[in-house]
Design a binder for this molecule. Structure first.
Ligand code: NAP
Length: 373
């Protein structure tokens, strides 16, 4: 049992919204004695989320802090907690650290409270903290557990279901098709028999979306004639738009949406990846505005009587086990493949976070702290 743990903290604030590896500092500290209701975990892998830089910019992560909002896979080493037992492999929120004391009583970091159903299913007060079933741990490594059964796979799964059923007659557009949620949404829509067109940044990434994910076409959203390419790619209009990007792209795509079509908005990646981050709003904007549903988009939705889904995925986490089962079956049949980029080594965490904003990658970016057996 270790006596100390290692933790990366933000050492200095960002300058001009640019993150560099030397802005992080490594600390070592003693592992505290467990109190009743607590468990000690060893973090195996964490997902790096695209909001990391925005959380630093808006002060949610301050110099001296680690960011406790990461979704992680961990093993319970020692426990005095009612839910997390020694030897369990769990999903939880964790800091940039290799060991952590957690509790099933803790609330989520950065999100609202879960429903009573989710609390009962998880045996925890956070939607993101739960024990993986042993069969799942046996079947899938931690990177797949946290990608396909983390928010990426779950968002694509519930998003298309709520916009569904997706039928072979549907023409589906997927923004961020090379990204974490989009790469799975493309595959699920293809598995349902739909005509699928992804959007990605640059020719190489577009080719990858077609060749690896099986999209019918992929358009470079940066192309000057993107709007014209969009109209050509969808001669009969768009029936479903899966959008985790927002911004100008969403407004452009609205022109090709069919009457009574379905818009699924789940994120605003364009704002997270912009060179300059928007100043924090004086008033908290709504989820719809954060996810790219501007007043112009609202007007288009109304004019074309479109259906619009917009939520945080934990709204459906009482159905998590069913989704895990369905996605497992699709992966076993080879219909859907996990898409992720794993950086190995706890020491590489700062460069991985910086790389999220600087280097192209496929699917979810994850850092695996130690090699898996
Ligand atoms: N509602 C929920 O429960 C939920 C769940 C999961 C994620 N999210 C949110 O959904 C968003 C996407 O998540 P993710 O994990 O899929 O992100 P991701 O893996 O970082 O992918 C984002 C994609 O957005 C594309 N992109 C970036 N800037 C763009 C722009 N200006 N125009 C068009 N495309 C742009 C990038 O494409 P290229 O690299 O090809 O340029 C990238 O592939 C994030 O905001 C995340 O916070 C919400």
């Amino acid at each position: 049992m270790p006596d100390t743990y290692r933790k990366w903290v933000l050492d200095r604030p960002m300058v001009d919204d640019v993150l560099t590896p030397d802005q992080f500092a490594l600390k070592e500290a003693p592992i505290p004695e467990l109190e009743a209701g607590q468990a000690l975990i060893r973090v195996k892998l964490i997902n790096i989320h695209s909001a990391t830089r925005a959380r630093i910019a808006n002060g949610a992560t301050k110099p001296g802090d680690t960011d406790y909002s990461n979704y992680a896979c961990a093993e319970v080493l020692k426990s005095r907690d009612k839910t997390f037992k020694e030897g369990d492999v769990i999903a939880c929120q964790a800091g940039w650290q290799d060991h952590q004391v957690v509790s099933s009583e803790s609330a989520s970091v950065g999100y609202g409270a879960p429903s009573e159903l989710v609390k009962a299913l998880n045996g925890a007060n956070s939607q993101w903290n739960y024990v993986f079933r042993p069969a799942m741990v046996k079947a899938w490594p931690s990177d797949v557990l946290m990608e396909m059964f983390g928010t990426s796979g779950m968002t694509a799964y519930f998003g298309l279901r709520e916009c569904g059923p997706i039928t072979p007659g549907d023409a589906v557009a997927v923004a961020g098709a090379s990204g974490s949620v989009g790469s799975i949404a493309v595959q699920l829509a293809k598995a349902a028999g739909a005509y699928v067109v992804g959007f990605a940044g640059g020719v190489d990434r577009c080719r990858w979306v077609v060749e690896t994910l099986g999209a019918d076409q992929c358009l470079d959203y940066r192309a000057d004639d993107f709007a014209a390419q969009l109209a050509t790619a969808f001669p009969n209009g768009i029936d479903v738009f899966s959008d985790g990007v927002g911004g100008q792209l969403t407004e452009t795509v609205m022109a090709e949406m069919n009457p009574f079509s379905r818009l699924f908005s789940f994120g605003g990646a364009a704002a997270f990846y912009a060179d300059r981050l928007a100043a924090p709003a004086a008033q908290r904007p709504s989820l719809r505005r954060n996810f790219g549903i501007s007043e112009t988009v609202e007007a288009a939705l109304k004019a074309k009587r479109m259906r619009s889904e917009c939520w945080i995925v934990d709204e459906f986490y009482d159905e998590r086990l069913k989704a895990e089962g369905d996605l497992s079956r699709l992966m076993r049949r080879g219909v859907v493949k996990p898409v992720n980029t794993v950086v190995d080594g706890f020491e590489n965490l700062p460069s991985a976070i910086v790389g999220l904003y600087a280097n192209p990658r496929a699917g979810k970016l994850q850092v695996r702290f130690e090699p898996e057996a």
